[in-house]
Design a protein around this ligand. Structure first.
Ligand SMILES: [Fe+2]
Length: 312
């Protein structure tokens, strides 16, 4: 077991040119709940999650990932991690301190190897959450975030070395080589994945539904609402989770998933799966083919926020 100071994924924060439209999508068809808001910024919670918010939206001229946030067990772990990163030459955006975002807490920010802003925090107040009911097709929690990387091997090494991530599985293609690395910070098979892409950007953000029934109902609600479906429904082999990928109004891919595998970290051995085998991407055989269209949408636009910390 690595000396890991990160406990879990907390939220993904996105900047978008049309905040009103983006918020309508996430609180309408997508099923998140607007919890807190301010001028030009909104915090969206998942009904089943103790996190104050799982998505933060910010109005900005440039579309970008503002930050990806992880939790730590306590303030001393936050301090220890910040000190270790600084000694290792990682650029801190902010020193550990009291957070001004909903739920408060204690945290800091830094740039990863490609300039994404990452936040680590502890002692954030627990949000009053509730059990998502049977048949209720709304997200229970944020499941995972996948990023495109122009240097995926370097990015995987960064998260392993500095944040204690461990590799769960890898996808490869006979012609293209290794393409996707599934990384965990706890027993969830992955909380983050890193995909080989033409540039750093958001590949997709994934939200966990209560179960198969709720996942299918949610998928159907989006289809009926005319939200553009990219890929699915189906069940991946790596992580054994289901997938339905849609596009948000700004062209970010968002996923409904459920039944993501929990692994025994002490005994887990990573697989190398050949995703040119159809059953690797889609065990059930129910999804549309993984083709250029799907890949192109997943590349997203080049992120405009690299090595530029968000203003809030
Ligand atoms: Fe996913």
């Amino acid at each position: 077991m690595t000396d890991r100071l990160i406990t879990h994924l907390r939220h993904v924060d996105l900047a978008v040119p049309d905040l009103a439209r983006q918020q309508d999508f996430f609180t309408g068809a997508w099923g998140l709940t607007a919890e807190h808001g301010d001028t030009g910024i909104s915090f969206l919670a998942a009904e089943g999650s103790p996190e104050q918010y799982v998505v933060r939206l910010r109005q900005a001229a440039d579309k970008r990932i503002d930050l990806i946030a992880f939790g730590a067990a306590g303030p001393s772990d936050v301090d220890t991690l910040a000190a270790r990163l600084a000694v290792s030459g990682v650029t801190l955006v902010s020193e550990p301190g009291v957070l001004q975002t909903p739920g408060g807490g204690y945290g800091f920010r830094f740039f990863d190897n490609e300039g994404r802003t990452v936040e680590v925090s502890a002692d954030v107040a627990i949000r009053k959450h509730r059990k998502v009911e049977e048949g209720e097709p709304v997200p229970v929690r944020l499941s995972h975030v996948v990023v495109n990387s122009a240097d995926p091997e370097g990015t995987v090494a960064f998260y392993e070395r500095h944040l204690g991530f461990r590799l769960s599985d890898t996808l490869m293609h006979p012609r293209m080589g290794e393409m996707m690395w599934f990384m965990r910070v706890n027993s969830w098979h992955h909380s983050m994945a890193i995909a080989r892409g033409p540039h750093p950007s958001l590949h997709h953000a994934s939200f966990e539904l209560r179960g198969l029934d709720e996942y299918m109902r949610g998928t159907g609600r989006l289809l009926r609402a005319g939200v553009e479906k990219i890929w699915g429904p189906g069940r991946h082999l790596a992580g054994n989770n289901t997938f339905s990928y849609f596009l948000d109004p700004h062209g970010n891919t968002v996923e409904y998933t459920t039944e993501l595998e929990l692994v025994d970290e002490d005994t887990w051995h990573p697989h190398l799966y050949d995703f040119s085998r159809p059953e690797v991407s889609d065990q059930w055989g129910t999804a549309n083919a993984m083709n250029e269209f799907v890949a192109q949408k997943s590349f997203n636009d080049p992120d405009k926020g690299l090595f530029v910390a968000p203003p809030v």
